[in-house]
Design a protein around this ligand. Sequence first.
Ligand code: Q9C
Ligand code: ZN
Length: 342
Amino acid sequence: MITFHSEATKLRRAKTELNEGLLVAPFECPERVDLVLERVRATGLGAVQAPTRYGLEPVLAVHDAAYVEFLASCWEEWKAIGMAGEAIPNIWPSRSMPGTRVPEHIEGRLGYYAQTGETSICANTFEAADISKDIALSALGHTLKTGEPSFGLCRPPGHHASSDQFGGYCFFNNAAIAADQALKHGLSRVAVLDIDFHHGNGTQEIFYSRDDVIVVSLHGDPLHCFPYYLGHADETGSGRGEGFNINYPMPPGTGYARWSAALDEGLARIGQSGAELLVVSLGVDTFEHDPISSFTLKSEDYPDIGRRLAELGLPTVFLLEGGYAVEEIGINVVNVLSGFET
Ligand code: Q9C
Ligand code: ZN
């Protein structure tokens, strides 16, 4: 399987993540890319190719223009007023203060465009997000042209990014951008299958009222797990999108038997939907030793995931989402991809 990769994804190198009341070294770090790439090479998965540049038009098809402008200028504005650290939001429009006007001060704009407070904006965040979506679109382009599967080694990840908010380490929603572009290239229905540990709230929000993209997500129950406020089973879509959003929340401690039963159900729904392309939001933070997650999948489970996905028989684009701070992220990602090809 071909891998799309760029060293430029590592240009974002945040120093801080707000975690458990402390500023720590971010879990979503550039070394993740090296770990996955090393494993791609060591296993001979296939060619590694640089992405094509696509510009901002495909981004603006799913994200709000003012949000994109905010991301492009945030770090410079933040530095220009002499802020001491990285850009971390600490105030938001909230239930008791649901303002809708966008403030002018960068601190207010930062909160307006933020979902969460763990994700710092630093130098080259926009540039890395931009190349990450190019990687996703290059993978899509390859699969549309050849029918062959492809892997986009995206970083930063994308599935928490909504139409106008960043969070959960995500800025541009790579999977949503790719799914939307696939439709613009003539497909009539696309499936996004999100197997990251965390609910793909951004992808859900972007496609919630649409029936041309079916979104299926397996994840930690939001009653107990990030992102907490979205991802319940009764969120099934709205308007013409009703029935095209399918959530499988599962409790902390869930292992492969229960998880793979949900996967089979989700795959059956995708099979029935008439989708012509599968975009997989591939997070491996379902791993038993992931430092921020609580499922208990083992490395030897991941090839079986790939095999089950292949049984759908659809052209498939894999895009990297989460999976953290452990050597095994490379093993687990490539296990899925090589399982797909057996
Ligand atoms: N104590 C993705 O997997 N919360 N994002 C971290 C750590 C944020 C995960 C809490 C998790 C975001 C793409
Ligand atoms: Zn995740």
